[in-house]
Design a protein around this ligand. Structure first.
Ligand SMILES: O=C(O)CCC(=O)C(=O)O
Ligand SMILES: [Fe+2]
Length: 328
């Protein structure tokens, strides 16, 4: 099943057309692909180069900025296996029976907004990676701009007042995050035991997620009409952005736009192999999140008169803390 590919540049001259296509694509699968997003090929390939350089840093330098785990926003380096995506899902929106002890074969670097003084990013020492911080801060701003356009388009598509979504994600306490992911090479045999995955099926916690991936493959989304069946996301063009609905948008829309369940599995060329090595993989995810103090309860526009909202008012920070606590 292929995802709809949309061109964000259309939003500059035909706002309505783009908005309705975005709503329809996200309603169908929780996922769309995006081109014309304005982030240049050279910026994307530079970001992938930094991604590689970061994880190639000496382990001592990564250790200096290790994320301690727990409920606070993730900042700095998380080693392979530090965060458990399987428990995030199990204790998340859907109560599934996934068993304990499922491990993730990935490491990541998490960065908060450049303006965040409450939870500052743990940057590697400048001598270890000169130029990394300034590039990543600029890249963050580019992704923030794309996310704001997409959310403005969704306001239009749902006939909401201008700012109904965007004003909840651009003020004091912006909590969006940019994540560099590295999935080291791993034996197919290890994946086939069923205890280890690159990333287990899960929902992202924020509003929407924007993702770039290299051409190794393995990202899959769940088919809405067939629970438990996953389709591959094409990875032939690293400039194409993958956009998915995350938990906060499901909550804000009172369930009208359900979050997209996804995982990273064996790439297509290895799925029938019993042995061999799955090559390393890199991806870059921008988690667009609500301002920390904004509520992630159902917004009034989506709750019919006389009905109770599906989702209670709770601040974005508290919600994230509750959810993250389960991932460690
Ligand atoms: O690496 C990918 O393609 C997906 C990463 C992901 O789902 C996540 O970090 O939440
Ligand atoms: Fe994810």
């Amino acid at each position: 099943m292929a995802l709809t590919t949309l061109d964000l540049s259309v939003f500059n001259h035909d706002r309505e057309q783009f908005a309705l296509q975005l709503r329809s694509g996200l309603s169908q699968h929780g996922f769309v692909k995006l081109i014309g997003h304005g982030i240049s090929e050279s910026a994307v390939s530079k970001a992938f180069e930094w991604n590689k350089s970061f994880f190639q840093m000496r382990s001592e330098d990564k250790q200096l900025i290790a994320h301690p785990g727990g409920p606070e926003p993730q900042r700095g380096w998380s080693a392979v296996g530090a965060e458990s995506s399987s428990s995030l899902y199990r204790k998340g929106l859907l109560k599934s029976n996934i068993t304990e002890g499922l491990r993730d074969a990935r490491e990541h670097f998490d960065q908060g907004p450049p303006t965040d003084s409450r939870y500052p990013t743990r940057w590697p020492p400048e001598r270890a990676l000169p130029g990394f911080k300034s590039f990543m801060e600029e890249f963050f701003e580019l992704l923030q701009g794309v996310a704001a356009d997409l959310m403005a388009a969704l306001e239009l598509a749902f006939g909401l007042p201008q700012g109904a979504f965007v004003d909840l994600m651009t003020h004091q306490g912006n909590a969006s995050e940019l994540r560099l992911l590295h999935y080291p090479a791993v034996e197919v045999e290890k994946i086939k035991t069923g205890n280890v995955s690159r990333i287990w099926p899960h929902f992202d916690l924020g509003v929407i997620t924007l993702l770039f991936q290299d051409d190794v493959g393995g990202l899959e989304f769940e088919n809405r009409n067939q629970r438990g069946a996953f389709s591959r996301v094409d990875c032939s063009n690293p400039l194409e952005m993958v956009v998915n609905v995350s938990e906060t948008l499901q909550r804000w829309t009172n369930g009208t736009l359900p979050a997209g369940l996804h995982r990273v599995n064996l790439p297509k060329n290895l799925e029938n192999n019993e042995s061999g090595t799955m090559p390393e993989r890199y991806s870059i995810a921008y988690f667009c999140k609500a301002d920390r103090s904004a509520s992630v309860g159902s917004l009034k526009y989506f709750v019919s008169a006389g009905h109770d909202p599906e989702y209670e008012d709770i601040s974005a920070l508290e919600y994230q803390q509750q959810r993250l606590q389960s991932a460690y």
